[in-house]
Write a protein that binds this ligand. Sequence first.
Ligand code: HEM
Length: 255
Amino acid sequence: MFTRSAKFVVVAILLGVLTTVKSFAPQAPLIASVQHPYVPPTTDDDRSPCPALNALANHGYLPHDGRHITHSQLFHGLIDGFGLSYPLATLLTFGGYTLLRQVPPLSLLDISRVNGVEHNCSLAHNDIPWDHEYPRLHVTADVCLLNKLFADSSDQRTLSIEDVARARVRRESSPEYKNANVTLDALHAEIARGEMALVLGIFGDSNEVSLDFLKRFFLNEQLPDNWRPRATQGLVKTARTARKIRAHMDSLRKP
Ligand code: HEM
């Protein structure tokens, strides 16, 4: 019933939940913003459709050229840059390589491999033809889509869980998506909610995140000034926020 990748992700989640997230909590680096200034990419650097991984490369938590990234570099980059717990960093690192069917090292360009982690109905990227394995075009966020995402903010100051749910329902029910007859399977729908759950938790208070920050994050792939992770972002916290997004989506879809 499940693919091998789906089984791996489920097992990794169960292992992570069984692990005491708090006891593994890493310490946030104190002088991260000094050690990790923002350096925009050059045209020679590889970048991915993931604004978070691109931001890690732009701030030097990952190799700035976005190439030859080892398991260890990705794992430590997620912990140092975002304050992820060890179980969550393990899940994203090994789950990511597995879904991408990628033998290390990894280039950020590999991350755009269609239907690996990449999925349809993205909030920031247009869907692309399935016969392209590495759609370069897909790496740049689509400004029209982003403006629609920002317009989903109910107070024009923050993006809340409810706003994210509204944006996801909008994307998943958009006419071009339905007409193109492309699918968003359960695993990728979960990944799509998880991406925004991570953003809400790492850069907000898990309920809302600043719109000004989101603009800088999606458009410049830049972390906040004087950034250092404020709290540990663990699996349970992320799963809880993703569940709330899903619950709001379900209630929005009710006739
Ligand atoms: C804490 C770490 C991470 C955060 C906060 C994060 C956040 C995000 C966000 C907000 C998006 C845009 C979602 C959208 O447009 O709907 C995204 C996209 C993406 N992320 Fe990440 N991500 C993280 C880690 C990763 C990892 C480890 C991988 C893979 C190894 C990955 C792969 C991707 C891919 C492929 C996309 C593009 C999805 C698409 O548009 O089809 N991300 N991520």
